[in-house]
Design a protein around this ligand. Sequence first.
Ligand code: HPA
Ligand code: ZN
Length: 346
Amino acid sequence: MNLVKPVAADRLPALLRQMPKAELHIHIEGSLEPELIFALARRNGVALPYASVDELRSAYAFTNLQSFLDIYYAGASVLITEQDFYDMARAYFAGAAQDNVVHAELFFDPQTHTARGVSMETVVNGLHRACVDAEAELGVSASLILCFLRHLSEEDAFETLEQALPFREKIIGIGLDSGEVGNPPEKFTRVFARCRELGFHLVAHAGEEGPPAYVWTALDVLKVERIDHGVQSSKDALLMQRLAKDRIALTVCPLSNLKLCVFPDLASHNLRQLLDAGLAATVNSDDPAYFGGYLNENFTQTFAAGPLNAEHAYRLARNSFEASFIDDAAKARHIGRLDETFATFQ
Ligand code: HPA
Ligand code: ZN
């Protein structure tokens, strides 16, 4: 489909909600709502340093990525049993289905859990069972991407990979997250090379707070297929050309960027600049329980703040399917439904 009909500004939010879409950048531990954190803490007898849901929520005032990560890792400490991981992911999928997310690729951080004595088996099996049920019961297909924590050593990442190999069939890809500045992609050169030999899809967070140089090394040294965030790329014209030429997808997370002070407001966000430069940008929620909105909120708030139109909406949704790790037949099926939605929308 080449032609997207113009849509009146007051009808755009409805179109954004209704269009089928894939979510490619969601940390499943970042979907833990305060209410579920307290319920799991009670169920597992875990003490929390907050007296109430409201007190916890009022601590969600972040100044940068690290100020968020400190609270995010503390919140994940309530996850103990396979059922906990299942319940967390099921809650995410229920909301995602409401947002017309038809496919999701979930990041998870096993080192956050194995360091507390929770086994890889517990984590992967709970999340995988939720993915299977999401497809059967909600019609949302899903897969798992294991992320290495970049503030830890490459040796620690190698150990984590070893622990994950018995569950190889339940994991589609490998990513890299946590504190970016000072932990460049090239710190993980050897372990990513090994993951590539093993046939995993590869992605990495780069250019969220870190410089364009980190995006270059994620591409050229780690050989990733997508860049998570990548918004700092607009500071490097040559990098922008490379990303456009090779159709490297950026999984952009506008509300995350706002809450972590990467941009002062959504009107200053560079999503439109990335799209208009021909980059395969997508919109995602990152850690929606912490950043004030799930996927449709990311779309509607970003479009409300800036000069984005129905053509941009179509491209963002289409990019989300094209950049996903589903097979070509599934991509064509989803894009067909997307075209139908745009053709019939009034
Ligand atoms: N950046 C890096 N690490 C993370 C993020 C993020 O936005 N969310 C969860 N872990
Ligand atoms: Zn992220």
